[in-house]
Write a protein that binds this ligand. Structure first.
Ligand code: GAL
Length: 337
C-alpha cells in the first residue's frame, strides 16, 4: 500500500513538473545580470559602437542602432542584436559615411539614429538628426530598407515642415501611429511630428514645452498615460533628467519634475524599453554616459525604472537582474545591501 502511495505521489510530481514546463515557467537560469559602467564588447572583443541608441524588439531579439563614434565626428550607424541586452552581436553598418549618401561625412553627420518597423509597408525605417558641423543645418533625415540588415536608402532630409530640428527620438503609439520628436528652433521647444502612414515623412507638428529648452526626449506609454524623460541642453555634459506625463500626446503635459540625482547619474536619455513578460512588465531606462573619457568610449547605461500614477522611481544601479521571460526584475543578489 505504502509503495503504491509513493508511486502515485511520484507520478503527481512528474505530472506537475510536466505541466509547469509546458507552461514555459521560468527558471533561475533565465535571470540575466546586467552590469553598468563598463564598455560593451561583442563576443569578438570589439567595442560596441551604438551611441544614443534606438531599439526594436522582434520576437525575443533586441535590435539596437546607434552612432559609431569610432571616428568621433563622422559617425556611421551600426546595427547590433542581442537576446539579453548584454551580449551584443554586430550585424551590420547600416548607414555609412560617403556610401549611403554623398553628403554624409562631408556637409552632414548623423546623430541619434532611431529604428522603426512599419507593419503596413513591411519596411524598416531610421529617423535621425542630420546635422552640419556647427549644428547650423538643424535638419532631420529618414532612411528605409526592406530588411532590418538590408541596404538603407535615404528617403528624405531637411527641416521637418520647415522647422529647425536637432536632438531627436521616435515614438510609436499603440495604434501604430509613429512620431518623430525633436528639439526645435535653436533648442527652444520640443516638436512632436506625426509621421505619415508609411513613416517616411512628417505630416503634422505640435509644439510642446514651449521655451523650456529640453532635449534627448524619450517617451513610453503605460495604459493610457504617456511619460516622457528629457534633459536640458548642455552638450555632452550631463544634467538633471526631468519627467513629465500626459494622457494626450499633443497637450496637457504636466510640469517637468526632477527625477534621480542632478546629473541623471551622469547620463542623458536615449530610450525607455518595455520588457513585457508572462508575469510582469519592467521598464528599462537607457542613457548615454558621454565622453567617458572620450566619445568613442561613451558608455551605455541601463537600469529599471518604476512608474507610479504621476511619478517615477529613477534610481541608478551598478547591477541588477532581469528575466526577459517573466518580465520581472530584481536587485542583484550579489549587490551590497
Ligand atoms: C548633446 C546632444 C547630443 C549631441 C551633443 C553635441 O546635447 O544630446 O546628441 O548633439 O549635444 O554637443
Amino acid at each position: 500500500m505504502t509503495r503504491l502511495l509513493n508511486c502515485l505521489m511520484l507520478l503527481g510530481v512528474f505530472i506537475l513538473a510536466g505541466c509547469s514546463a509546458s507552461k514555459g515557467t521560468s527558471s533561475e537560469s533565465d535571470w540575466v545580470r546586467v552590469t553598468n559602467g563598463n564598455l560593451w564588447l561583442t563576443a569578438g572583443g570589439d567595442t560596441v559602437q551604438a551611441h544614443a541608441p534606438g531599439f526594436l524588439r522582434l520576437g525575443d531579439t533586441w535590435y539596437m542602432v546607434g552612432e559609431d563614434r569610432g571616428r568621433e565626428w563622422r559617425p556611421d550607424v551600426n546595427l547590433y542584436s542581442s537576446k539579453d541586452l548584454q551580449h551584443w552581436h554586430f550585424e551590420k553598418k547600416i548607414i555609412e559615411n560617403g556610401v549611403t549618401s554623398p553628403d554624409l561625412g562631408k556637409s552632414r553627420m548623423i546623430e541619434r539614429a532611431k529604428l522603426l518597423y512599419n507593419k503596413k509597408t513591411k519596411r524598416f525605417v531610421v529617423w535621425c538628426h542630420w546635422e552640419s558641423s556647427n549644428y547650423g543645418a538643424s535638419e532631420a533625415a529618414c532612411f528605409s530598407s526592406d530588411k532590418i540588415d538590408g541596404t538603407y536608402r535615404l528617403e528624405w532630409s531637411g527641416r521637418p515642415l520647415g522647422i529647425k530640428s536637432r536632438d531627436c527620438n521616435v515614438f510609436v503609439d499603440s495604434d501604430g501611429t509613429a512620431y518623430f520628436i525633436s528639439t526645435t528652433v535653436e533648442n527652444q521647444h520640443l516638436g512632436l511630428f506625426r509621421l505619415s502612414d508609411d513613416y517616411l515623412s512628417v505630416v503634422e507638428h505640435t509644439r510642446l514645452f514651449a521655451g523650456q529648452r529640453r532635449e534627448a526626449p524619450a517617451i513610453v506609454k503605460l495604459g493610457q498615460r504617456y511619460f516622457m524623460f528629457s534633459s536640458a541642453c548642455t552638450g555632452w555634459a550631463p544634467n538633471q533628467c526631468k519627467l513629465s506625463w500626459s494622457d494626450n500626446l499633443k497637450e496637457g503635459w504636466s510640469q517637468l519634475e526632477n527625477i534621480g540625482d542632478n546629473k541623471a547619474f551622469r547620463t542623458q536619455p536615449a530610450a525607455i524599453l518595455e520588457v513585457k513578460g508572462t508575469k510582469d512588465t519592467t521598464y528599462l531606462y537607457v542613457g548615454d554616459r558621454w565622453k567617458d573619457p572620450n566619445l568613442a568610449q561613451s558608455k551605455t547605461i541601463i537600469f529599471p525604472v518604476t512608474f507610479t500614477d504621476t511619478s517615477c522611481d529613477f534610481r541608478y544601479r551598478d547591477n541588477f537582474e532581469i528575466n526577459f521571460k517573466t518580465g520581472e526584475w530584481r536587485e542583484d543578489a550579489k549587490a551590497k545591501k
